[in-house]
Design a protein around this ligand. Structure first.
Ligand SMILES: *[C@@H]1O[C@H](CO)[C@@H](O)[C@H](O)[C@H]1NC(C)=O
Length: 149
């Protein structure tokens, strides 16, 4: 009686632990989280690029526990960005694809502040090719931006 209660409890705890582990490894690696982190189209308005980054990083809840050091927002439609995984992209290696064309975007670099709502960013607008990791033809991870060349 007692032993079965204990082992049941243990199993429940292990199941919870496993669930948390799975959640952890999958965190942020899907199309919907990609859109939240990396797509802002049409571009939200702000008085300047720094203010834009401060606002967007807060609005998208990207700094829950720490100020994320770097993040890029691409100002193109979901379908244009998704297409990088197929006809609008060139495979770099593995599941990484480079966009064939340049996208307007804003790079946000953290320069201090406090999470979750007072992280300070320097925003740098640009137009660059992007590299994304694709799963089932959907971008799930933003790899980097290429300097134009
Ligand atoms: C995508 O990842 C987020 C965590 O970043 C998670 O909350 C959400 O449930 C995931 N969505 C799907 C469809 O797996």
């Amino acid at each position: 009686m007692l032993t079965s209660k204990v082992s049941c409890c243990l199993v429940a705890h292990l199941a919870i632990l496993l669930g948390l582990l799975l959640l952890g490894t999958c965190r942020g690696q899907n199309w919907s989280s990609f859109q939240n982190k990396h797509i802002d189209f049409p571009k939200s308005s702000a008085s300047n690029p720094n203010a834009y980054c401060n606002l967007m990083m807060m609005r998208r809840n990207l700094n829950p526990k720490r100020c994320k050091p770097l993040n890029t927002f691409v100002h193109a439609s979901q379908s244009d960005i998704q297409a990088v995984c197929s006809r609008e992209g060139t495979r770099y290696k593995d599941n990484l694809y480079d966009s064939n064309r340049e996208f307007p975007l804003t790079d946000c670099k953290n320069v201090g502040g406090n999470p979750p709502n007072n992280c300070n960013y320097v925003g740098t607008p640009g137009t660059k090719k992007i590299r994304v990791a694709c799963e089932n033809n959907y971008p799930v991870h933003f790899e980097l931006v290429h300097t134009t060349g």
